[in-house]
Design a protein around this ligand. Sequence first.
Ligand SMILES: Nc1nc2c(ncn2[C@@H]2O[C@H](COP(=O)(O)OP(=O)(O)OP(=O)(O)O)[C@@H](O)[C@H]2O)c(=O)[nH]1
Ligand SMILES: [Mg+2]
Length: 460
Amino acid sequence: MTMSTDTIAAIATPPGEGGVGIVRISGAEAFKIAERVFRWRGNKPLQSHRVYFGAVIEPATGEVLDRALLIPFRAPRSYTGEDVVELHCHGSPYLLRRVVELVWREGARPAQPGEFTLRAFLNGKLDLAQAEAVADLIRARSEAQLRSALALHEGKLSRHAHALNDTLLGILATVEAHIDFSEELGELDPASLAPDLQRLIEQLDALLHSAHTGRLLREGARIAIVGRPNVGKSSLLNALLGTERAIVTDIPGTTRDTIEESFQIAGVPMVVLDTAGLRESADVVEQIGIERARRAAERANLILFVYDLTAPDLETDARLLHTLPSEIPKLLVGNKLDLLDVPPAAPETLASTTGVVDTVFISARTGTGLETLHQAILNALNLQRLGEETPLLTHQRHIHAVEQAKQHLRNALDSLQQRLPPDLIAVDLRSAWLALGTITGETADEALIERIFRDFCIGK
Ligand SMILES: Nc1nc2c(ncn2[C@@H]2O[C@H](COP(=O)(O)OP(=O)(O)OP(=O)(O)O)[C@@H](O)[C@H]2O)c(=O)[nH]1
Ligand SMILES: [Mg+2]
């Protein structure tokens, strides 16, 4: 991809009023433009990585637009790898508009969305996955999203993908040697290469396993609270949120519409849904609510099936559990523990239902057992050990690249075991290498790069 060499400028801070607003200029003319629109004490040549206090001025008239700070960054020690100047003005949308238009008039052109980061990528300041992490960082809304964005930005996935591709290149080199020197080296021995290929496929599998967790982190896990009327579903919602969000009464059938709220457990974003109690009902409104409850359960990543420890009706509960999608993991939550004099017994009939992963006893009223429930939720969603060993795949693009690479490696392994000619094997290995290399951008084509940066906002 060829890079345009003109100087670009844009407002780098979000629209709206703020304490400060930043106009960023990048390119060969950045310093020259800055020297024309900014006046500072001494007016000596700008030195990199210093902060200058002065005034933004209209060069033609000398009119002062704002008192501001200026920070120059000489190439290559800047965000984009080019000469960069940042003007830190007061955060007025009108003022910033005037300043950036002044900079454009003096020789910069408006930056495209993501163009600063695109230049950083093209100058080797960061790779493609790290550039995507910049967008993730900006959008992070929870501790866990922030941590996974930082890990991606810091190159955790890039290094892993790079190491895997290095191993792959080693295997490819061996196979190609057998193409070029078939006489000297003899036939390719499957026994010597198959284990390496197999191990590589396993490593890609491990990465793909992390994708499930990665998606949950990015999108937030959906947790549906379901159960018979009056068992304490709304009380549990309130306890999880720490507020009196839902109406709680001792009248069965209190909740009719589905309530949806965001919260976090250990920094992991979650959406919890309180639903109408499941039962046969003649009430039209309640029927609709029950229908919605079922739909909420079907779209959830995890179902909390609440039952009342003081009024168990295991037969009805077992029947209800069976009507819920079997593939969605479920936690049994025995509620109203505070009313019990003796420790509760594990409900064997319910716990043996497919999809039930654990049972937790709580009191939504006193908060007993909530901490255990938090841990059980994280465990059921496989979120308890967040990307400790293998990095997390959080982007559909990365998942796709790994899936493709794995498929090509499988083909290569098949060909190897069937003793097909080495040039056929080499084709698959090369395709796998190309696929995996798109993660860091090592092997990405122009269209892909353009697509990625199009999603950025202006000024980034
Ligand atoms: N003692 C005790 N009472 C509870 C507990 N949780 C809920 N309750 C009571 O049980 C009754 C029903 O609670 P809700 O939270 O409204 O139950 P629900 O499952 O949402 O009921 P519906 O919306 O009708 O399906 C209320 O009187 C609550 O105060 C608990 O842990 N201990
Ligand atoms: Mg309720």
